[in-house]
Design a protein around this ligand. Structure first.
Ligand SMILES: [Cu+2]
Length: 156
């Protein structure tokens, strides 16, 4: 009887001990994985920082050509707020999505350009050289253009 009871308990104790060992091994593995990921990220960041400054600035919306005039454009449901250019020249249109839906900014006319479709709170930009003429800025998402996201202006 005595030995039978011990036999019945022993496997359970061993199982409990095994699961403890298993858990501590798992957390050890997880910590190692996080450390490796952080190290890999640091290596990637170091590589980006030292070797490709040109690529980094090409993706940066604030890195407009030195001779471009910045035009801040706010997008919302449904319209834009901006001070449109009136004179020919090179302009960087910087769109900020102040709405809650996705929007973009597309330029049509004697020159064209477009931002990416961006989510709420995001910013994107494009640069265009405007010759004298008529231009339209609009949102290409859904029916936003017909709902009011369209601005026409003339440059002379
Ligand atoms: Cu839109």
């Amino acid at each position: 009887m005595r030995s039978l009871r011990r036999d019945r308990h022993a496997p359970r104790d061993r199982a409990a001990r095994n699961s403890l060992v298993h858990m501590s091994t798992m957390s050890g593995l997880r910590r190692t994985t996080v450390e490796v990921a952080a190290l890999a990220m640091a290596v990637v960041l170091a590589a980006c920082g030292s070797s490709e400054p040109d690529d980094a600035s090409a993706d940066d919306p604030s890195a407009a050509p030195a001779d471009a005039t910045e035009v801040a454009v706010s997008a919302f449901e449904f319209g834009y707020e901006l001070t449109a250019p009136t004179e020919a020249g090179t302009y960087t249109f910087v769109l900020t999505n102040d709405g809650s839906m996705q929007h973009d900014l597309v330029l049509e006319g004697g020159a064209d350009g477009a931002t990416a479709i961006i989510g709420a709170g995001e910013t994107d930009s494009f640069t265009a050289t405007l010759e004298p003429g008529d231009y339209t800025l609009y949102c290409s998402v859904g029916s936003h253009r017909s709902q009011g996201m369209e601005v026409t202006f003339t440059v002379s």
